[in-house]
Design a protein around this ligand. Structure first.
Ligand code: SF4
Ligand code: SF4
Length: 359
């Protein structure tokens, strides 16, 4: 987490032959070098140096990123472009992030709690949960609630008696404010959630965006809960009977969500689960593992420039269409929503929906 871009990184990107150009989905989808990592970093540099005025036009490069980390995979210099862009959005002396087309980063936690409570078996709504479930923002949107219900079905099928929810399950952890350039709001939200999470021995987070923010970024704010926080896939897989026989008969492929894959390096466990669940070995999409392609749902671009982000989605949809997969499974509600909306013909499932069917 940076509160401003790093001058050394800005210089490296300006003089680099742009090793990462071919990996940036925004550059590829919009066919514009201005949106390559190098182009965006040059835009930040021009603003920092005062070479251009902080007009709406000049600040667009700060938001043309999906936080997918694909550029990091090929950068020989160790530059983290999304972190630098986030730093530029947050920089105290650069007023452009919040004055230009601001995104409302507040979260209606009361509404989120009502949604969560309505989908949760009554006995799991408890003040003192042994294991607190944190679904994350996207699973509590109208298009995510079926995934939430499927998650409870999976927990029931695994005879889990310890996962519970209460209003702490819908606390804002600061991720959405941070990624949209509101550091003050992010810090306040993270501090409050950090304190409340201290009540629990175990916190299971379903959203990879929130999981990576809490485990990788919170410690940089001085809030470290990495020992008690774990992802829902790890939690469910630890409770499963791996000797159980296969039930799924079709070809299945895993779409690597950027925050589970490149951010948290969780590639193998979901593939092991698909292998366990299916008669056939999982097939791979053209880009996979560290080389995977973002679904276009990454922030801040998907909120700042949804039409541009949809062009990234179209690239991933084309790969899905060209694959042999009968069903594509993923571990992020934002990926599910983005891919389903763009490709209603193809079955796209969250892992919990897939498990609810095969367990
Ligand atoms: S991120 Fe790395 S590879 Fe890409 S332009 Fe910057 S220095 Fe070059
Ligand atoms: S994080 Fe992804 S979208 Fe952002 S600059 Fe890097 S490759 Fe492009």
């Amino acid at each position: 987490m940076r509160s401003r871009p790093t001058p050394k990184d800005l210089e490296l990107c300006r003089y680099c032959p742009s090793l990462c150009q071919s990996r940036c989905p925004v550059n590829l989808a919009l066919a514009d070098i201005a949106w390559s990592p190098c182009g965006k970093m040059s835009g930040v540099w021009r603003l920092q140096e005062g070479l251009v005025k902080a007009t709406r036009e000049a600040t667009i490069p700060l938001h043309m990123c999906l936080d997918c980390l694909a550029c990091r995979e090929v950068c020989d210099h160790g530059v983290e472009v999304p972190d630098n862009l986030a730093g530029a959005r947050l920089a105290a002396d650069t007023h452009y992030a919040q004055t230009q087309n601001p995104v409302d980063t507040t979260w209606n936690t009361q509404k989120a709690w009502e949604t969560l409570r309505s989908c949760t078996p009554a006995w799991r709504c408890v003040d003192e949960a042994a294991v607190l479930l944190v679904p994350g923002r996207e699973m509590l949107e109208p298009e995510g609630v079926d995934q939430l219900k499927a998650l409870f079905q999976v927990l029931d099928k695994l005879s889990d008696e310890v996962v519970g929810v209460n209003p702490d399950s819908v606390l804002d952890d600061g991720h959405f404010s941070y990624i949209h350039g509101n550091l003050a709001q992010a810090k306040t939200a993270a501090g409050k959630a950090f304190k409340r999470y201290g009540k629990y021995k175990r916190i299971v987070v379903a959203s990879p965006h929130n999981l990576s923010f809490v485990t990788l970024h919170w410690p940089q704010l001085g809030y470290d809960r990495s020992k008690s926080v774990m992802g829902v896939i790890e939690y469910l897989s630890s409770a499963m009977d791996w000797n159980h026989s296969a039930r799924f008969d079709g070809r299945v492929a895993w779409h690597d969500p950027c925050h589970l894959g490149r951010h948290l390096e969780q590639y193998q466990l979901p593939r092991d689960l698909l292998k366990w669940a299916g008669r056939y070995a999982p097939v791979e999409l053209l880009h996979n593992h560290g080389n995977s392609l973002c679904c276009g749902g990454g922030y801040p671009m998907s909120t700042r420039d949804p039409d541009g982000a949809a062009k990234v989605t179209a690239m991933r949809v084309a790969e899905i269409d060209a694959s042999e997969a009968d069903v594509v499974v993923t571990g992020c509600s934002q990926c599910v929503h983005t891919l389903r909306e763009a490709n209603p013909e193809k079955p796209i499932k969250h892992l919990v929906e897939f498990l609810a069917e095969v367990l």
